[in-house]
Design a protein around this ligand. Structure first.
Ligand code: HEC
Ligand code: HEC
Length: 496
C-alpha cells in the first residue's frame, strides 16, 4: 500500500550508512512513508489516512534524510553549482524547517507573524546573501489556507466561464467583422474582450486577470493557479524538498536534480496528500461578541461595509455551483500533476474535511463568504501609495496590482497588508487609494463610532477552532444555530 523508498533513495556512502541505521533507532527521516498516487485514487487509503499523511508533510521539520536542502538548485528551480550557497538562508531560502514554521497562526495551516514573512522572488536571484532591499525581493506576509479549497474551486468555475465567453465570441463573430464580450463571471466584471477583423483578440480592455483568462487565486499577487502548484513551488523553495512531478527523472533526466544525495524526495501521492490537507482545512467563520454594544457594532458595521462600497471588491459571498474539491486542477501548468496523468480524487467540502465546513445551498452548490472578488486591483493614486511598495515584477503583473484580499479570516490573522507592516485594521483601510479611494474616503468621513463599527465587524470574521460544528459561534466558541444568531441580534438591538 504505502511505499517506503528511503533505503532505495539513499546512495552508498555516509548518508547511506546512517540511513540504514536510522530505519531502526537514532536519527532518520521525519517522513518515513510516502504515498502512492495509485493507492489514493483507487480508494486503498481512507480520506482520514490521506489527511493524516498530508498534515504530517505540512508540519514535518524536514531533515537531511528526507532530502532537506538543495545544493544543486535554486529556490526558483534552476540548476546551480552545488555548494555555491549556504544550506539555510533567510532571504532566498531554504528558510524554514516546515510549512507550519510560517503557517501556524492562530492554527497550523493558517497565517503568520511578520517574522515569518517571505522575500518573494529572492529565490530567482538565489543566493541573496546580503540584502532584503525591495530591489531584490517582495517582502510578503504569510497567508492562511483555511478556506483555500473553496477559493480554488471558485477560481476554476470562474475560469471556465471566462474561457467559454471567449470561445463563444470567437464563434459568433463572422470573418472580417469585429465584436466584443463583457467578461463577467459570478457577477465579477473583468472588462471587455474584443475580436478584431483579422480574427486576433484585443485584450486591452480586460482588467484584473491575465490574458489566459485563468483566475489565479493564490499569492497576494494572484499568480498561482492551485494549492498543488503552490506546494510544489514551496517544497522546493522553502525546504529543498523536491517533488517527482516537478523535478523527477521524467522531467529533468535525474532522480536527484538538487544533488543532495536523496532521490525522489516527494511522491505524486505526497503532493496530493499535502494539497488535500490544505483544501480540507476548516472554513473561516464568525465570532459574535457576548456584549450587546459590541454585537450592535458588528451588525451596523456589516451594513456600513456594504454602504460605503467596501463590498464592491470584498464581495461578502460568492456562489459555488459544485460542492466537491477535485484534485488535480485542470488548469495546472506543466510540472504539476494534470488530469490526463492520473485519475482524479474528490471530496465534498460541505460534508467532509475538517469542521467547520463550507455552507451548502439547497441547489447542490455552496456559499463562499470570503469577501473577495478574486480580481486584481490598484490601490495606489498620487496621494496614497502604501501598497505600491514593491519593485520586483512577479509573473509579468504590474507591481501596483494585488488580489482583493480575502477578509474572512481578518479578525485573527494580524498583521495586515501584503507586507504585514500594518498593525491595525484601521491602518489597512486608510491605505486604500486608487480604485478603492472613493470607498476609503467614505470610511474616513464616518464619525469615530462608524469607523469602529466597521472594524468591529471585520474583527468578528475569524478562523474558528478546528472541529467547531458551526460557522457562527459565541464569544466562548460555542456553536450557534441560525435561529440563535437571529435571537441574539434582535436582543442586542432591543437593548440600546
Ligand atoms: C518562510 C515562511 C513560509 C514557509 C516556510 C511556507 N510558506 Fe506558504 N506562504 C508564505 C507567505 C509569506 C505567503 C504569501 C505569499 C505571497 O502573497 O506572495 C504564503 C502563501 C502560501 C499559499 C497561498 C495562500 C494564498 O491564499 O494565496 C499556499 C498555498 C502556501 N503558502 C503553502 C505552503 C506550503 C505547502 C508550504 C510548505 C511546503 C509553505 N507554504 C511554506 C510563507 C511561508
Ligand atoms: C477596489 C477594490 C477594493 C475596495 C473598494 C476595498 N478594498 Fe480592501 N483590499 C483590496 C485589496 C486589493 C487589498 C489588498 C491590499 C494589499 O495588501 O496589497 C485589500 C485589503 C484590505 C484589508 C487588509 C486585510 C489583511 O488581512 O491584510 C482590509 C482590512 C480591507 N481591505 C478592508 C476594506 C474596507 C473596510 C473597505 C471599504 C472602506 C475596502 N477594503 C475597500 C481591495 C479593495
Amino acid at each position: 500500500m504505502r511505499k517506503t523508498y528511503l533505503s532505495a533513495a539513499l546512495g552508498a556512502g555516509l548518508l547511506g550508512m546512517i540511513a540504514s541505521n536510522a530505519m531502526a533507532i537514532g536519527d532518520g527521516p521525519i517522513v518515513t512513508e510516502h504515498l502512492d498516487q495509485a493507492d489514493i485514487v483507487a480508494g486503498n487509503l481512507s480520506f482520514d489516512e490521506i489527511l493524516r499523511a498530508g498534515g504530517h508533510l505540512f508540519s514535518a521539520k524536514f531533515n537531511l534524510y528526507d532530502g532537506q536542502s538543495r545544493p544543486g538548485t535554486t529556490g526558483g528551480g534552476a540548476p546551480r553549482v552545488p555548494g555555491s550557497a549556504p544550506v539555510f538562508i533567510r532571504t532566498s531560502a531554504p528558510d524554514a524547517n516546515s510549512c507550519a514554521g510560517c503557517h501556524n497562526d492562530p492554527f497550523v495551516g493558517a497565517a503568520g507573524d511578520i517574522v515569518a514573512n517571505v522575500f518573494v522572488l529572492a529565490q530567482t536571484l538565489d543566493p541573496v546573501t546580503q540584502s532584503v532591499s525591495a530591489e531584490f525581493s517582495n517582502d510578503r506576509n504569510t497567508l492562511g489556507m483555511h478556506g483555500g479549497g473553496p477559493i480554488e474551486m471558485l477560481a476554476r468555475e470562474m475560469t471556465a466561464d471566462l474561457q467559454s465567453l471567449r470561445a463563444q465570441l470567437q464563434d459568433a463573430v463572422a470573418p472580417n467583422e469585429t465584436g466584443s464580450v463583457e467578461l463577467i463571471s459570478k457577477g465579477v466584471h473583468f472588462g471587455t474582450l474584443r475580436v478584431n477583423a483579422n480574427r486576433t483578440l484585443d485584450y486591452s480592455g480586460v482588467s484584473g486577470i491575465d490574458n489566459d483568462l485563468i483566475v489565479k487565486p493564490f499569492h497576494q499577487k494572484g499568480v498561482v493557479i492551485s494549492m498543488r502548484e503552490f506546494s510544489n513551488n514551496a517544497m522546493n523553495h522553502h525546504h529543498g524538498m523536491q517533488s517527482i512531478e516537478r523535478f523527477g527523472n521524467a522531467r529533468t533526466g535525474s532522480d536527484d536534480f538538487d544533488q543532495d544525495g536523496v532521490v525522489d524526495e516527494l511522491s505524486v501521492g505526497d503532493i496530493t496528500a499535502v494539497t488535500l490537507w490544505q483544501a480540507a482545512l476548516g472554513t473561516p467563520g464568525q465570532v459574535l461578541p457576548d456584549n450587546a454594544e459590541a454585537l450592535r457594532a458588528v451588525i451596523r458595521g456589516e451594513r456600513r461595509f456594504d454602504q460605503i462600497g467596501c463590498a464592491d471588491c470584498h464581495l461578502p459571498s460568492l456562489k459555488l455551483a459544485g460542492r466537491d474539491f477535485v484534485e488535480p486542477n485542470p488548469y495546472n501548468p506543466l510540472g504539476n500533476l494534470q488530469p490526463g496523468e492520473s485519475e482524479s480524487y474528490s471530496f465534498d467540502m460541505t460534508t467532509d474535511g475538517f469542521a467547520p465546513r463550507l455552507e451548502a445551498t439547497p441547489d447542490g452548490g455552496a456559499l463562499v463568504r470570503a469577501y473577495t472578488d478574486l480580481k486584481r486591483h490598484n490601490l495606489c493614486d498620487d496621494e496614497i501609495r502604501h501598497f505600491c511598495n514593491e519593485q520586483v515584477v512577479q509573473a509579468g503583473v504590474s507591481t501596483e496590482l494585488f488580489l482583493t484580499r480575502k477578509l474572512w479570516d481578518v479578525g485573527n490573522t494580524a498583521p495586515y497588508g501584503h507586507r504585514g507592516d500594518l498593525t491595525t485594521i484601521t491602518e489597512a483601510i486608510e491605505q486604500h487609494g486608487g480604485e478603492a479611494r472613493v470607498s476609503r474616503d467614505a470610511f474616513m468621513a464616518l464619525n469615530q463610532d462608524g469607523k469602529d463599527e466597521v472594524v468591529e465587524f471585520l474583527k468578528s470574521l475569524q478562523i474558528l477552532a478546528p472541529g467547531t460544528e458551526s460557522l457562527v459561534v459565541d464569544a466562548k466558541g460555542r456553536p450557534l444555530s441560525a435561529d440563535q444568531v437571529k435571537a441574539m441580534k434582535m436582543a442586542a438591538l432591543r437593548k440600546q
